[in-house]
Design a protein around this ligand. Sequence first.
Ligand code: ATP
Length: 493
Amino acid sequence: MQLALRRGFFFPASEIYSSAPSGIYDFGPNGRALRDNIAAFWRRHLVQHNDMLEIDGAQIMPRAVFESSGHLMGFNDPVTQCTKCHAMHRADRIIADATGAQVPEGTPEGKLDEMIEDQGLACPKCRGTLSKVKRFNLMMAVMLGPLQDQECYLRPETCQSIFCDYLRLTKTMRVKLPFGIAQRGNAFRNEISPRNYLIRQREFAQIECEIFFDPEQINEIGGFDAVKGTSMRFQRIGSDDPVEMTAGELLEGGVVSGRLIAYYLAEVQRTWEAMGFPHELLRFREVGDDERPFYSKETWDFEVLSDQLGWVELVANNYRIDYDLGGHQKGSKADLRWTAEDGRKFIPHVWEISAGLDRTLMCLLEAAFRQDDSRKYPYLSIPPQISPYLCAVFPLVRKDGLPALAHEVVDDLRNHGIEVTYDESGSIGRRYARVDEVGCPFAVTVDYDTPEKGVVTLRDRDSTEQATVDLKELPGTIWKLYNGLLPFSSLLG
Ligand code: ATP
């Protein structure tokens, strides 16, 4: 976190004002680039790989949407207030922190009051007495119009835009079931105790896919053979340790409701592992009846083990059945039924892959963080496809025409679509340190051989090895390294 804050990956929004609310972050140049690249990676490996449709939905939606989705009624956290210092606390968290046991979602307020009393719990800040537990709705209202009388809300999950756009897309995009709709966008929740930087924010980015399918054809999904052998770790209810299972074994063992679900769990595993998360730190956790969201029939939380935070949920995989489209059909009176080839009319079921972009970013920084004896400074081993910059360009010295030549190299690389950062200040060693720290995988040094022989030195971040590359071949070489088509070692003489 020190590195992330020092190198401006992210920082509190509106921080120059003391009235800035907590749990809201801005992303600086390195964080903005990393965030976009993670989203682009997700698009390429999950969304485009599965031919999904993409939308960019509005963040403000009318009250009726959230009456239909159930959020106005059901999207609540239990809170208790200190009668002395007036601080608000999540009742379930205070109990969980004191007892070490998870408090099931939906535990009635009276039961929580009893638990607080039985444990003799007081305000964690001032030890004052805690009030009776109440439900607190996490939605953020926005009043529109000159009279501020049109009640709208900031969406608490991006998928509600997908459900509202479903009808238009089925009419305009020539789709057939099963098909997915994907979206990157912001969601807003009035979290009572935002904490752990990007892990629990009030405004955060989600990358979500909703897969619509015929429930009678939950086992019909193309491409299953390609993922059948994909191995994943599963934490089942009631067992202490995760077990390793392939997508094929999941299906044969009846662990999931159908082939479509086994397929998309494997797709999530493949995508996040390729981002650089180590296999042994990932797991799918089975979420029981008492903890599942109100709309889900089957949930697998995809989690990563953080050194500092324990298990962190990155992706919620939910079987939302026909809950959302059914609710919106009732609330809007639009006919959202699908007509099958045999004339059957039904509301499609939905398998959801709801990922936190910002949580992925923060946990990826931790997974990529390296500190070893070979360097005096820490560095980030982020895959080239995600790194904030693909390449850095340095002139060896700030004289003899080398900076001008280095600028020509920058222009040439940019013309080939390569993200470049240029630096000419300080020693070469310091410049390597600066780009290693933000995870830039390759650095090009323009030296005295460049004008004479038309070559540059290309350095690999992870191995620190250096190769001499012909200027004319530089963009093509970097693209091959980016796509994994060329190992860096093959460039060494
Ligand atoms: P949690 O149990 O941690 O509160 P959730 O189950 O409420 O999360 P979902 O509603 O399933 O989360 O949201 C899907 C994903 O969005 C989560 O897996 C997480 O990555 C991300 N997410 C949810 N809430 C937040 C938040 N307050 N800040 C940052 N990311 C979040």
